[in-house]
Design a protein around this ligand. Structure first.
Ligand SMILES: [Zn+2]
Ligand SMILES: [Zn+2]
Length: 350
């Protein structure tokens, strides 16, 4: 079978190669992948960023994927061949404290989701890693269940966003874009900020009637205070989601959040961040983080995918040619697209 494979830890070095169809054991499921989304982490691995050096290469990239069950091991009773499913990537150990108390995303022994083998026609999973897709959700939409689950956890579970809240989302990468849509679906008024380089992604959001603001990279204008004055009703945003992944993101979120409000950091800055702790304590701002997702977030994400009005997914996903993966990665790097989507059947026609 043809797969998109990353070699070594240097930049580039991604190729389509013939690899062996994976074998599955009696308690595993063989999945026929139909569609797969390109994640920032796939692009990070493609670029050879230091955060992804831990990936054991050669590795088949891709972890946001959906398809059908091809066959199951003799011990598997929960799914059957032809079931439509989304993959919940990254295996937690199932035995540690976090796994047993509903936080498998924080399992210290979990296998990271990245490079789960989704950019290939077949992938093997444990039965509890497959989540059934409702009939009215197209399988290519179900491919982005995972990033949607991750932002559901950030916005709803950790951010506690409720109807009528004003929400600031900083950084219109895929996580920021999905966060803004999840927050709006939860009944919030949402504003997304980005930089001039994010023009295409911000435009995608304004086309969906989400308020967007371009921050001047030199002056930092409009300031957090100015944003609050214009968009927040309670002397600051109730919730700020920082999806920038840069050092200044948390600081501006603190300035924009109302006293007693909540900040959820989902971007991962590559340098240490200095924050004004005194300001944070005196204003009793709840600074939280969110990473990954749990099965409940998967179910919630699939529910959201059932209502195209709440989540206009066709406007967000961008069909890309899996036979030219480097092009898909490069257009992501240039911020020309939010969520490239690969039709894995096409990969086999190389
Ligand atoms: Zn992802
Ligand atoms: Zn565990």
């Amino acid at each position: 079978m043809k797969a998109i494979v990353k070699h070594g830890s240097k930049a580039g070095a991604v190729a389509i190669e013939d690899v062996e169809k994976p074998h599955y054991s009696q308690n595993e499921v063989l999945i026929r992948v139909r569609a797969a989304g390109v994640c920032g982490s796939d692009v990070g691995a493609y670029l050879g960023k230091p955060e992804y050096e831990y990936i054991d290469t050669p590795a088949i990239l891709g972890h946001e994927c959906a398809g059908t069950v091809e066959s199951v091991g003799t011990d598997v009773k929960s799914v059957e061949p032809d079931d439509r499913i989304a993959l919940q990537p990254g295996s937690p150990c199932g035995a540690c404290y976090q796994c047993r108390t509903g936080e498998p995303n924080n399992c210290p022994d979990r296998v990271p989701a990245v490079a789960a083998g989704g950019f290939a026609p077949y992938v093997v999973a444990k039965p509890d890693q497959v989540v059934s897709v409702p009939d009215d959700v197209p399988i290519e939409h179900a491919a982005i269940t995972e990033p949607l689950a991750v932002t559901h956890r950030a916005v709803v579970t950790k951010g506690g966003v409720s109807p009528g809240d004003s929400v600031l989302v900083q950084g219109p990468g895929p996580m920021g874009v999905f966060s803004s849509l999840v927050a709006r679906a939860a009944g919030a008024d949402v504003v997304v900020t980005g930089l001039p380089d994010d023009a295409v992604r911000l435009e995608t959001l304004s086309d969906l009637d989400i308020e967007t603001v371009t921050i001047n990279s030199d002056t930092g204008e409009p300031s957090p205070e100015a944003l609050c004055g214009r968009y927040a009703t309670r002397n600051g945003f109730d919730v700020a989601v920082d999806a920038t992944g840069v050092e200044s993101g948390v600081g501006t979120a603190i300035e924009a959040t109302r006293d007693g409000g909540t900040i959820v950091v989902i971007g991962i800055p590559s340098t240490p961040v200095t924050i004004n702790m005194a300001e944070l304590v005196r204003s009793e701002i709840d600074l939280r983080t969110s990473h990954g997702s749990v099965t409940e977030d998967f179910f919630r994400a699939l529910e959201l995918l059932r209502s195209p009005d709440a989540l206009p997914i066709d406007s967000i996903v961008d069909p890309a040619d899996p036979r030219r993966p480097n092009d898909a990665f490069e257009s992501f790097v240039r911020a020309e697209t939010v969520k490239p989507l690969l039709d894995i059947d096409e990969l086999q026609t190389v």
